[in-house]
Design a protein around this ligand. Structure first.
Ligand SMILES: C[S@@+](CC[C@H](N)C(=O)[O-])C[C@H]1O[C@@H](n2cnc3c(N)ncnc32)[C@H](O)[C@@H]1O
Length: 224
């Protein structure tokens, strides 16, 4: 079942992505966004660097008879020729890179793989979400949370322009990003999937709050 947050964002994707091209979810984890988009008639492919996540994505697909394709891979070295993708989504991925050059490489590779006129969506957490995750790592001895490096809205805009992705919309958004990832991390480790799903729906029905905010960016590949 799609959570309200997922429904809302998928609706936004529908406004911006045409249905004729292949949509890549770069850093897809267990493939949930691919499956949400597939349900709306998109052809999707997911790539993640963690083999266990891709294995999980495959098994969810088998259970549901879905057609999305999943590959183990690195978004800084995409296994595509130039100009083949209709769209690209990157939700909470590049802030996990330790080096700025890797962020640039991922953006440049997104641009290279997109067909002219193809669009890419990037979502990144705000400063307090990044700090909260650092604190969580610190307090749990690296057991709960992921490394986050804050990238400000203006830095991300500069990075996108540096790889010639035209920024169509750049926006600060309250609280739908990274809503519950610490609690979610704990439930994922020790709890059940049913509990996790109920919790995600509970969180996403709360009013968005400023301290859980993030930035999102709609970009387009224009002819050089
Ligand atoms: C916070 S999760 C977000 C997952 C998914 N995009 C979502 O919104 O549910 C970050 C994901 O990025 C993946 N990732 C990190 N670095 C990557 C890289 N260089 N190439 C591909 N995937 C990567 C991680 O394995 C993880 O699944």
């Amino acid at each position: 079942m799609d959570s309200p947050v997922r429904k809302r964002l998928t609706n936004i994707f529908q406004e911006f992505f045409g249905k004729d091209g292949l949509i890549l979810d770069g850093g897809c984890s267990e493939g949930e966004w691919c499956y949400s988009l597939e349900k709306r008639g998109y052809r999707t492919i997911g790539i993640d660097i963690v083999p266990g996540a891709i294995k999980h994505a495959h098994s969810i697909g088998r259970q549901n008879g879905a057609e999305s394709v999943f590959l183990i891979g690195d978004v800084t070295r995409l296994p595509f020729r130039e100009n083949v993708l209709g769209g690209y989504i990157s939700l909470g991925v590049v802030e996990h890179f330790r080096f700025r050059e890797d962020v640039t490489r991922a953006l440049a590779d997104a641009k290279r793989s997109l067909a002219p006129g193809g669009r890419a969506f990037f979502a990144l957490p705000g400063l307090l979400v990044c700090l909260r995750n650092s604190l969580s790592l610190l307090m749990t001895g690296d057991k709960v949370g992921m490394y986050h490096k804050y990238i400000s809205k203006s830095s991300m805009e500069r990075l996108l322009r540096s790889v010639s992705l035209r920024v169509l919309i750049s926006r600060h958004e309250k609280g739908w990003l990274g809503l519950s990832n610490i609690v979610d991390g704990i439930i994922k480790k020790f709890g059940s999937n049913g509990l996790r799903e109920r919790l995600i729906i509970f969180w996403s029905n709360r009013r968005p709050v400023w301290f859980l905010s993030g930035n999102y960016f709609w970009t387009e590949k224009v002819l050089d």
